[in-house]
Design a protein around this ligand. Structure first.
Ligand code: AMP
Length: 212
């Protein structure tokens, strides 16, 4: 049997979901969607939707399910391809809406990859990372390029990576996203791996886990 081709990444902020999701999408030729990038780009455009998004992101809170579901369903309908989702679902309501959407579109259910990283490593990573929002690329500050090699945009720190905001985001994750682990485990759709080590090491584990 081949590897799953509808995949989502779960894990706390800083676990490396974006890095691994991008690698999976390139390796398996899957469409890539980062909900965090879509939200930040809209926020920076200062549209009325962007202003609404800002009221949640500025405090490290999740945006409401209805808002993100509309964004992701539009994306899935427009792309009509197999995919990797980075940062979605983040709540049980989002997880069951995704299952329902895929079932109604006669598409296979998605497989979840959970990246497990200890707390002290997470904070360290987030404090030292910079990235490119539209593309979702991130690098440790010390080795980052000045401009993103994919799109040429400046590589910058994310506003919500400050330590206080990071802790609010983590609290949201623990309260609202952790319940998704048993949800996917029950359906035997959870692949749990250690997110520690180099991106290459983690990616090798991801491919092994997807093949299992
Ligand atoms: P990320 O880049 O995935 O860490 O997302 C950055 C921020 O965007 C999160 O801390 C949330 O505030 C918001 N966000 C991203 N994806 C979702 C989602 N699926 N549901 C609710 N809020 C989200």
């Amino acid at each position: 049997m081949g590897l799953p081709r509808q995949i989502l990444l779960l894990g706390p902020p800083g676990a490396g979901k974006g890095t691994q999701a991008k690698r999976i999408s390139q390796h398996l030729n899957l469409a890539y969607c980062s909900t965090g990038s879509i939200l930040r780009v809209e926020e920076q455009r200062r549209t009325s939707l962007g202003e609404e998004i800002h009221t949640f992101l500025k405090d490290g809170n999740f945006v409401p399910d209805a808002l993100i579901l509309k964004i992701v369903q539009n994306w899935l309908q427009a792309v009509r391809a197999e995919f990797v989702l980075d940062g979605f679902p983040r709540t049980l309501a989002q997880g069951s809406a995704l299952d329902q959407f895929l079932a109604e579109s006669h598409r296979p259910a998605a497989t979840a990859v959970y990246l497990d990283v200890p707390m002290d490593i997470l904070e360290e990573r987030v404090a030292h990372r910079v990235g490119c929002d539209p593309c979702g690329n991130v690098w440790p500050r010390e080795t980052a390029p000045v401009a993103c090699p994919e799109c040429g945009n400046a590589v910058v720190s994310r506003n919500d990576d400050s330590i206080d905001l990071y802790r609010s985001r983590l609290a949201e994750y623990e309260k609202k996203t952790l319940p998704l682990l048993p949800y996917y485990e029950d359906g035997d759709r959870l692949r749990r791996i250690s997110g520690q080590g180099s991106p290459d090491d983690v990616f090798a584990r991801v491919l092994d886990a997807l093949a299992s």
